[in-house]
Design a protein around this ligand. Structure first.
Ligand SMILES: Nc1ncnc2c1ncn2[C@@H]1O[C@H](COP(=O)(O)OP(=O)(O)OP(=O)(O)O)[C@@H](O)[C@H]1O
Ligand SMILES: O=P(O)(O)O[C@H]1[C@H](OP(=O)(O)O)[C@@H](OP(=O)(O)O)[C@@H](O)[C@@H](O)[C@@H]1OP(=O)(O)O
Ligand SMILES: [Mg+2]
Ligand SMILES: [Mg+2]
Length: 372
């Protein structure tokens, strides 16, 4: 640790600051704006997301991250331009909701009730169902599933009634950030289903060639990575297999499947127009800007996809180039805020400011707007 500009910084962060301050790297113009981003994250998330490289790059663009003290009133802290948060406590949701209403000038990422929608594995997929994306360079649906809230002994009956085909993936209904909420099982026979612990969703297993596409959304940006997933089950194996098997967390591992030597018909990314449409619609319907979509391609097809999971503020630290993507995203939030301010002043004023800005090369639009 060393001191830089009066602040203690990590050696690695300092190196990044120096590199980008010398004009090497990103290629976006130097900015003099100061953007204060307050964050309320678990220590685990802070470590995996706010890595020195990212902090350093953001700093060169005038972005400062400030840790929110959840034990002190939020309005006494800051002032913030943006608040990033992923904490689960109910009290926190109330605090942040109240803060949003009292401070409409602050961009809160994202609204707590919209995040809450993703905390239930049924409601998280409902918007994909409603979207009915069937003719956009491919088809996107969700696997057939039922929700079981009580009486595990009734599960075999419910499964038969709904006509679900084995094997089934059993997932805890609520995703509450605990390790337990990520404990999944694949059930191969009706009897073992009765041993499961509700509340849960039972979802048909879809053969997909062992690859899952993680589609990361950061505002308008979409990044797709491939990860290893569960292998296909064969029809012949099915008659021999019984019981319930825990799902290993293979797809959470850092090792990406992007460089693996894969069958192109399995590895080919979902078509870009399909992803654009899906992301745009989900962003709007969910009212979220930071999430990821786990998608699989039905084995043997080219364009039939299933969304199996949507996560709020996922592990962006594992996303390639996330430092640049996030920095640009945070800067774009300020720009759109300025544009909104100008719009409220009327179109003549907007043309005037644009005219001045384009002629005063060394001043950025933000510098000018800052005086409004
Ligand atoms: N319906 C399905 N058919 C086939 N495989 C599935 C299905 N659902 C889940 N899987 C496999 O199980 C893994 C975990 O499932 P899922 O993503 O729903 O769980 P999660 O605990 O929410 O994971 P995350 O860590 O992404 O939040 C998937 O990445 C995929 O490999
Ligand atoms: O860090 P968090 O606690 O938010 O954990 C999230 C984890 O991110 P991490 O990689 O930073 O651990 C994510 O991994 P990726 O799929 O994006 O790889 C994913 O598993 C989320 O579902 C987890 O959120 P949760 O569902 O538990 O709330
Ligand atoms: Mg997942
Ligand atoms: Mg998940």
């Amino acid at each position: 640790m060393k001191k830089l500009n009066g602040k203690i910084v990590d050696e690695e962060e300092k190196k990044v600051v120096e590199t980008y301050s010398n004009g090497v790297g990103l290629g976006f113009p130097h900015s003099h704006q100061n953007l204060v981003v307050g964050y309320a994250l678990t220590v685990k998330k802070e470590t995996s997301f706010l890595k020195p490289n990212f902090r350093g790059l953001a700093r060169t663009k005038g972005i400062k991250f400030v840790c929110i003290d959840v034990n002190r009133p939020l309005s006494d802290q800051g002032p913030f331009d943006v608040v990033l948060h992923k904490l689960l406590a109910k009290e926190w949701c109330e605090i942040i909701e109240d803060y949003r209403h009292k401070h409409p000038e602050v961009t809160v990422l994202d609204p707590p009730d919209a995040i809450q929608h993703l905390r239930n594995r049924k409601s998280m997929l409902q918007d994909v169902v409603d979207l009915n994306l069937s003719d956009c360079h491919g088809k996107v649906g969700v696997p057939r599933q039922i929700v079981v809230t009580k009486d595990p002994s009734s599960i075999p009956y419910e499964v038969t009634k709904a006509g679900l085909k084995l094997p089934l993936v059993a997932k805890p209904l609520l995703v509450d950030g605990t390790a337990k909420s990520h404990k999944l099982f694949v059930a191969y026979d009706q009897l073992s289903l009765a041993k499961l612990e509700p509340p849960l969703v039972l979802q048909e297993f879809v053969n997909h060639g062992g690859i899952v596409f993680k589609v990361y959304i950061v505002g308008e940006s979409i990044t797709v990575v491939r990860r290893f997933s569960l292998p296909n089950h064969g029809k012949r194996d099915l008659s021999k297999v019984a019981g319930m098997y825990p799902v290993p967390r293979v797809s959470s591992y850092l090792s990406s499947a992007d460089d693996a030597d894969l069958d192109p018909s399995i590895a080919e990314h979902p078509p870009r127009p399909l992803l654009e449409k899906l992301a745009t619609e989900l962003r709007r319907r969910l009212g979220l800007r930071l999430f990821n979509i786990d998608m699989i391609r039905e084995h043997g097809t080219r364009d039939v996809f299933y969304v199996i999971d949507i996560n709020y503020f996922p592990g962006y630290g594992k996303m390639p180039d996330y430092e640049r993507v996030f920095t640009e995203f945070l800067l774009s939030l300020v720009q759109s805020k300025f544009k909104k301010r100008i719009a409220t002043l009327g179109s003549d004023y907007e043309s005037f400011v644009t005219f001045i800005a384009t002629r005063v090369g060394h001043l950025s639009l933000e510098d000018l707007y800052g005086h409004l």
